[in-house]
Design a protein around this ligand. Sequence first.
Ligand code: TXA
Ligand code: MG
Length: 313
Amino acid sequence: MQNVEEAIRLLTEGEVVAIPTETVYGLACNALNINAVSKVFEIKNRPSFDPLIVHISSLNEVEKYAVYFPDPARKLASRFWPGPLTLILPKKGIIPDMVTSGLEYVGLRVPNHSLSLELLKNLPFPLAAPSANPFGYVSPTTANHVKDQLGTKIPLILDGGPSVVGLESTIVMFRENSPPELLRLGGISADSIRDLIGEIKVNIASHSKPHSPGKLDKHYATTTPFRWYSKSFDINSDGSRCGALVFKDHLKGIPKENQIVLSESGDVNEAARNLFSSMRALDKRNFSVIYAGDFPQSGLGAAINDRLGRAIH
Ligand code: TXA
Ligand code: MG
């Protein structure tokens, strides 16, 4: 694996490398090297108040970076790692403040992708990695998505094929003396979390000063205006310049060739996997507006609706 060796060399030298994960591609660097971390913020044009997730190779590494790892968090990690779950835990001093944007908490995740796991197992440090898109744009689910936007800014993109989940990780925060909170819907449904640790406070609304800036209202956005179909489409208008992103059935009033169906069989997991690449594909077609159809709320549907809602503008 020539490229993995190259990635190991670059990361060890403090460079930034795009890596595949099962959720979305990440823009990775040595989480313990603040020069490398500052490059990630710069390349992504990410505000310094938006903390990065730290990727580790296994559950056994949590205690190197977190001072508190309560039983329910351990239970979630044992069940869902490697996988699309990020745990926010009180951090140890070894994690630079720049990574956590000054917060006393660090986001930890074991990604479920063979190439990334191979990197993590062979490196003596964890990898800080936000999604590999310019800040505010749709997350990348293929190496080509990364190349399109950041190709000239980074020395290597590890191609691990299309991301199989297609939505970012679900984020759960554990603080001493307070109940766990769900901060971001993602690749693991809220119900799957509840099944394991019981009722959980959901805190995903956007605020001006969010705990988790992925909750900012406008995020995951296309360049083309993006609207909900049911609320804003005028059935008498000319649909030829409109695009649409739909779950399973085409929308009325817009030519079929302008529409992308995310799952003909009505499978929300398939829809999640196709969501971001389809938003990107529609965004390239110079429509005057893209409409999002009606998506179910069940399973990953809630996270899909969350991302669509934040892309509306
Ligand atoms: O699936 C994922 O989580 C992907 C892959 C690459 O692992 N990463 C990802 O990173 O989505 P990013 O940076 O695009 O989104 C991470 C979210 C941000 O909204 C950030 O605010 C939140 O996680 N976050 C990270 N560390 C945090 C912390 N210490 N406290 C609260 N929120 C945190
Ligand atoms: Mg992101």
